[in-house]
Design a protein around this ligand. Structure first.
Ligand SMILES: [Zn+2]
Ligand SMILES: [Zn+2]
Length: 94
């Protein structure tokens, strides 16, 4: 019996996402959209994880410094807060 694939489909979110985020760290220098830290290496975080139907669209992505990104994954920053930031961002762009 091969069980390897099972662990992947069971994983609700973080591990896969973290791997992906790491790749982006060295490529980008941005402002953190949560704490406003400037010119830091940010992680592109999926607000709604792909596992739960999130897409690679701007509304679902947010740039976070490593500090805030960790907090999000530790549950110290709620999804709701991130969604608020994205909404605010939209208003600015109009
Ligand atoms: Zn930050
Ligand atoms: Zn993330």
């Amino acid at each position: 019996m091969i069980v390897t694939d099972l662990s992947n489909s069971f994983n609700p979110v973080p591990k896969n996402e973290r791997k992906k985020d790491k790749k982006l760290i060295n490529k980008k220098k941005h402002n953190c959209e949560y704490c406003g830290k400037k010119n830091c290496y940010t992680n592109t975080h999926h607000i709604k994880s792909k596992g739960s139907g999130g897409d690679d669209i701007e509304d679902n992505l947010i740039e976070l410094c490593s500090n805030c990104h960790r907090k999000v994954h530790d549950g110290l920053i709620s999804k709701q807060e991130l969604i608020k930031i994205v909404k605010r961002r939209k208003i600015k762009w109009k």
